[in-house]
Ligand binder design. Structure first.
Ligand code: IMP
Length: 432
């Protein structure tokens, strides 16, 4: 199984870390191909003594926790170097081997001014704000597309770096001081900060596209791990309430240098219900006690910002869309156990937009904003399913729920998550 892509099918936080971790033992390379430290994976690893270790990662690929795996930060990522070293130091202190990490020479770095601009732009937008994580992600991708970005390789040539920072600050300092009424940045301070990382990143930096293609030539397995998710993709998501990168399976190719013809499997992680953080439309969102039930039972608070997540029922229109846009070969249905104890479980099968039924995503974003979910009601189950290890172990109504959502979502539910730990999983079709 040479190259596998893992992406989120909804608005993020589907539990990708767990799926990646599950596959981690069978792969040689784990690649982060988009986003930056706006992501948040929580990985729970059960120790031999029965206790659990919880790791919250924002920038590093979760494969870093698996011995023998080479973690790679691909060219499509935007890197906050301070966060990179904070995470590496934290992991090292807990005995995790970090020596294999590779960093693309073409990845862009998040400079201080972009973090600042992310925050002030959001404030300036007021009610039209995106609800970003404030980590400088959008402005850094904007610089990349504007061709005024700073790349990892620039840190190894001071005069090139200085010239690029000067160019970027010429405009940004005007913007900061004249539009946003903030103090600008000095070229010296920005250059000094970036250069302070050069020696430390030098051993990690390489042509990661070449490295990964050569690994595939040798028959090794590469796992491409998407940050954020399909509905947050800058092209295919609920624009403008999206992140600034391609979080769909196409982004795995552009963000890593692995061509589409070498990707064998596209695994989409989909939660048994839906959550979203930040602003933007969300047809199945709940504003009543059911929403609180999902939030409390599912511990739906952001790993990166701590924000309570907006919660709603499973939306099969979105799942079908994700299956189509990404070419999904397998779904991993996570957090099914969170639905334990419910009398009835609504599943959104289509939308009603001004009296017209939509079985697929409406073509216009404004229609999506006032789409009303059309629900099918499924019977719930009272049992605690966290001990299930095979499909047959699940109560009949939980089996029926999985079968139903599989039928209407456009790809097989190959794995089901019944609890946070790696072994709290039901595998129907192996992903490797
Ligand atoms: P940005 O990525 O910080 O620019 O934020 C843009 C939008 O994407 C906001 O609504 C964020 O809440 C959302 N977002 C970014 N990263 C994640 C993630 O890892 N999970 C869920 N939502 C995210």
């Amino acid at each position: 199984m040479p190259a596998i892509t893992i992406i989120g099918a909804q608005w993020g936080d589907e539990g990708k870390g767990k799926a990646t971790d599950l596959l981690g033992e069978h792969v040689d390379y784990v690649v982060k191909f988009n986003g930056g430290n706006n992501a948040g994976h929580t990985v729970v690893i059960r120790q031999e003594d029965g206790t659990s270790e919880k790791y919250a990662l924002h920038l590093l690929p979760s494969g870093i926790l698996t011995a023998g795996v080479t973690p790679v930060i691909g060219n499509g990522v935007v890197v906050d170097l301070a966060v990179l070293f904070e995470e590496l130091t934290g992991l090292e202190a807990r005995g995790v081997d970090i020596s294999k990490l590779k960093l693309s020479a073409s990845a862009h770095v998040i400079a201080d001014y972009n973090r600042q601009l992310d925050k002030v732009t959001e404030r300036f937008l007021g009610s039209r704000k995106i609800g970003t994580t404030g980590r400088g992600i959008g402005p850094t991708y904007a610089d990349k597309v504007n061709r005024i970005g700073i790349r990892v390789q620039d840190l190894f040539d001071e005069s090139i770096l200085r010239g690029k920072v000067e160019g970027a600050l010429e405009l940004k300092n005007q913007l900061l001081s004249k539009v946003y009424n903030r103090r600008g940045f000095t070229v010296d301070a920005v250059v000094e900060d970036l250069l302070s990382y050069a020696d430390r990143i030098a051993p990690m930096v390489c042509d990661t596209g070449l490295l990964l293609n050569q690994a595939l030539d040798r028959g090794e397995t590469v796992l491409l791990e998407g940050g954020q998710a399909t509905l947050l993709d800058v092209d295919h998501g609920t624009y403008p309430f999206v992140t600034s990168s391609n979080a769909t399976s196409g982004g795995a190719c552009t963000g890593s240098g692995i061509p589409p013809t070498r990707i064998d499997r596209v695994v989409a992680i989909v939660k048994a219900y839906t959550t979203r953080v930040g602003e933007g439309p969300f047809p199945t969102e709940l504003f009543d006690a059911s929403g609180d039930y999902l939030r409390d039972n599912g511990h739906e608070f952001g790993t990166t910002t701590g924000r309570p997540r907006r919660c709603g029922w499973y939306d099969a229109v979105i799942a079908r869309y994700a299956a189509r846009v990404n070419g999904v070969t397998d779904f991993v249905l996570t957090k099914l156990d969170v639905l334990d104890g419910l009398e009835e479980i609504p599943v959104c099968v289509a939308y009603d937009v001004d009296g017209v039924r939509h079985d697929e995503m409406p073509v216009n974003q404004s229609d999506f904003h006032h789409a009303k979910p059309i629900f099918e009601m499924l019977p719930g189950w009272k049992e605690d399913i966290s001990g299930a290890r095979s499909f047959a172990d699940l109560p009949a109504n939980a089996q029926a729920y999985v079968k139903y959502v599989e039928e209407i979502s456009g790809a097989p539910m190959s794995v089901i998550g019944v609890g946070p730990a790696r072994d709290e999983t039901v595998i129907i079709n192996s992903l490797t």
